[in-house]
Design a protein around this ligand. Structure first.
Ligand SMILES: [Zn+2]
Length: 225
């Protein structure tokens, strides 16, 4: 049996999961497990941006680090190896999305902007938006420079998502993104956070910092069926 991580906060009509190393971003395997049409899977070209893409008919990959769709049968995903994979849905309006939040995209408020897009474009009610933050590098495993902490702080504001030790800073990106979501009106009970750390579990997850290479990625995937 494959070891998928299933955040149990979405509707039954939504399939949402995070993969580990065994499946990674092997799209053929994922399509086989879920009986998904390979042609209906969309992964953007990730560049640590704050670009949000709304996809429907045309599934030619474009540069984006957040993807939204309202089309049934389209499966959107993002790939990570320490960065935070985020799955999001307006469960009332059947909008789904996947967001890639490393420190750069967290500092450029990608999750806030994705929520903002849902509020403005789809008139989503924040109370209907649910968010799952998947496995990523966490807390004392994630040392950053003062400059990186500062840009994340500028985007996020006060909160318990970083600490200082031995002249350096340690940041928890899932918690920073949780604060950003709450600042947009998302109720805390609508936010699910994985307790896994990719760096602590290199057998289970790809970790860029642990392996010091780009050998592989796991993913976060979501679709309406
Ligand atoms: Zn760790």
């Amino acid at each position: 049996m494959h070891k998928l991580i299933i955040p149990e906060i979405f509707n039954n009509s939504i399939k949402a999961f995070f993969t580990k190393k065994d499946i990674g971003v092997n799209i053929d395997k994922i399509c086989y497990i879920y009986s998904i049409n390979r042609e209906r899977v969309y992964l953007p070209i990730q560049k640590h941006t704050d670009i949000i893409q709304l996809v429907s008919g045309d599934l030619t990959p474009k540069i984006a680090d957040a993807v939204l769709t309202t089309d049934k049968g389209i499966f959107v995903g993002i790939q990570v190896a320490d960065c935070v994979p985020i799955l999001i849905s307006d469960i009332k309006k059947n909008i789904i999305g996947a967001v890639h939040a490393g420190w750069r995209s967290t500092a450029s408020c990608i999750l806030k902007k994705t929520i903002q897009f849902m509020l403005q474009y789809f008139h989503s009610d924040p109370a209907s938006i649910k968010i799952a933050l998947g496995p990523s590098i966490r807390w004392s495993c994630y040392y950053v420079s003062r400059e990186v902490k500062d840009v994340i702080f500028k985007a996020t504001g006060e909160g318990k998502y970083y600490f200082q030790r031995d002249g350096g800073y340690f940041v928890d990106l899932p918690t920073a993104n949780m604060y950003q979501a709450i600042s947009m009106g998302i109720p805390i009970e609508n936010i699910w956070i994985s307790n896994e750390c990719t760096y602590c579990n290199p057998r289970e997850f790809y970790s860029f910092r642990y392996n010091k290479d780009h050998k592989g990625k796991q993913g976060g995937f979501i679709g309406i069926f």
